[in-house]
Design a protein around this ligand. Structure first.
Ligand code: ACO
Length: 432
């Protein structure tokens, strides 16, 4: 017999279905509660709300577990690359050789940006925020691919494979173009023969008549950074993608909304904030204790950036992988970055501090990702756009789940109203 929970309000009992996920995650299904009792479930910020059933990513924050389609992130980081992991996240299985080749081909064929779209980019001030430019460019994609962006689930799902390749490949190209535009450099067009990450490095750093050449470690490090961002369950930006997608908005529009959500410093923007913090510790020559002391004030604007996570209460497995990779990558590239030493020192100091211990605050993926990106040559103001390239597969997979769910409904939470009760309109002359 299906298990139920019982909620008792006053003298009345309400049976509520219990749901158990494939990894044993438990939920009480409150969907029918309001109709039966007049009560809604209150959960500010949705911290304890399962907003959907998903088959993409499993995350156990208490035990530091992250798996995509069942595969542990540690194994993917060790054996896979970004494009293969993207395929896994989007399509549910690791690709065989033919599928991998075909997916790679689609990404290569859809890398270039139309000349007219370039003009949109050139209309922005060069000082504009790269994330503002990126989200605007992605939200312009439906104008160029209207047949893939009809805002009709059935129709848009028919063109899903192509739309997914366009989104993933072009987000990367747009990011490289933003970088070059801001630096006043001519755009470098994608090269069909290059793999995903090498192509990005080429579009960023090649010069006319002088191709970018680097050690293979650079593309490998970039692969790792992107792979570690590929998906992360119902985080703020992915939930945004799902929410916008639930109104039957097309893939590109939904992703663009996700990119807007990613921009905030408490989410994707944290990787920039971490580097600013480390740089300022370096410039001022102190030991970081000032930042730790300020973070303990409880003020949101003084948080220790790169620390804490909405769901991890043990450690962020991505931070562990990327923290270890920092040492390897910097050593192989022959880079001695003082910010890495500062980050390690800060991490040790915070992990010994009662405030952070008591609240189970550990480094998150953003604490070390900036150091690797800096070693690759990516400037700090572009870090969050790199996160967007990495997270694209997660956005795409989550949009598809929403679009393909025949029982899906528009995301529309309730609220507890706390404003003025009914009152009568007061004419202007009688207002104080
Ligand atoms: N520095 C200092 N105190 C912190 C920090 C921090 N980085 N993070 C949380 N806290 C405190 C909170 O103030 C709260 O204190 P209180 O219990 O005394 O009120 C307590 O720790 C618990 O906070 P949570 O409920 O766990 O935090 P929440 O879920 O609201 O926020 C978040 C999670 C936004 C990630 C937060 O930890 C933070 O702001 N971190 C810094 C920004 C950051 O690194 N963001 C990247 C997240 S990872 C990602 O998006 C890829």
């Amino acid at each position: 017999m299906a298990k139920t929970a019982t909620l008792k309000i006053d003298d009345k009992e309400y049976p509520l279905p219990v749901m158990i996920g494939t990894e044993g995650e438990k939920a009480v299904d409150t969907r029918a509660l309001r109709a039966a009792s007049g009560y809604v479930a209150y959960d500010q910020g949705y911290g304890n709300t399962g907003s959907c059933e998903s088959q993409i990513t499993f995350l156990d924050g208490d035990n530091g577990i992250l798996r995509h389609r069942g595969y542990p992130i540690e194994q993917l980081a060790h054996h896979s690359d970004f494009v293969e992991t993207a395929y896994l996240v989007i399509y549910g299985e690791l690709p065989n050789a033919t599928q991998r080749r075909e997916f790679g081909l689609q990404l290569r064929k859809n890398a270039a940006i139309e000349t007219q779209m370039q003009k949109i980019l050139e209309g922005f001030p060069t000082s504009a925020s790269p994330m503002a430019m990126l989200s605007a460019m992605v939200s312009a994609l439906p104008a160029y691919y209207p047949h893939l962006a009809t805002n009709n689930f059935e129709q848009d799902l028919k063109g899903f494979d192509l739309a997914a390749a366009i989104a993933m490949s072009k987000i990367r190209t747009i990011v490289a173009m933003i970088y070059r535009y801001q630096k006043g450099l001519p755009f470098m067009f994608p090269k069909q023969e290059l793999p995903f990450c090498d192509n990005f490095l080429h579009m960023m750093f090649s010069e006319p008549y002088q191709d970018y050449v680097s050690m293979p470690e650079v593309a490998k490090a970039l692969n790792l950074v992107l792979l570690l961002h590929a998906d992360h369950e119902q985080n703020c930006s992915t939930s945004t993608v799902r929410m916008v997608g639930s109104s039957a908005s097309n893939l590109f529009t939904s992703i663009s909304a996700g990119i807007c959500a990613l921009a905030g410093p408490l989410h994707g923007g944290a990787n920039v904030a971490v580097m600013q913090m480390l740089q300022s510790i370096h410039d001022e020559g102190d030991d970081g204790s000032r930042f730790i002391a300020a973070a303990k004030s409880g003020s949101k604007s003084n948080r220790l950036m790169g620390f804490g996570h909405a769901v991890y209460r043990n450690f962020d497995p991505r931070a562990k992988i990327i923290g270890e990779a920092c040492d390897t990558v910097l050593t192989r590239l022959g880079i001695d970055d003082p910010l890495l030493k500062i980050a390690k020192h800060l991490e040790q100091a915070a992990l010994k501090d009662e405030y952070f211990v008591a609240r189970k605050l550990y480094p998150n993926v953003d604490f070390y990702s900036g150091i690797i990106m800096r070693a690759i040559g990516i400037p700090m103001n572009m870090f969050t756009t790199m996160f967007a390239i990495g997270r694209a597969p997660g956005y795409i997979a989550n949009w598809r789940e929403v679009a393909a769910n025949p029982k899906g409904r528009i995301y529309r939470p309730r609220q507890i109203y706390g404003g003025p009760v009914k009152r009568d309109y007061v004419p202007m002359a009688q207002r104080g």
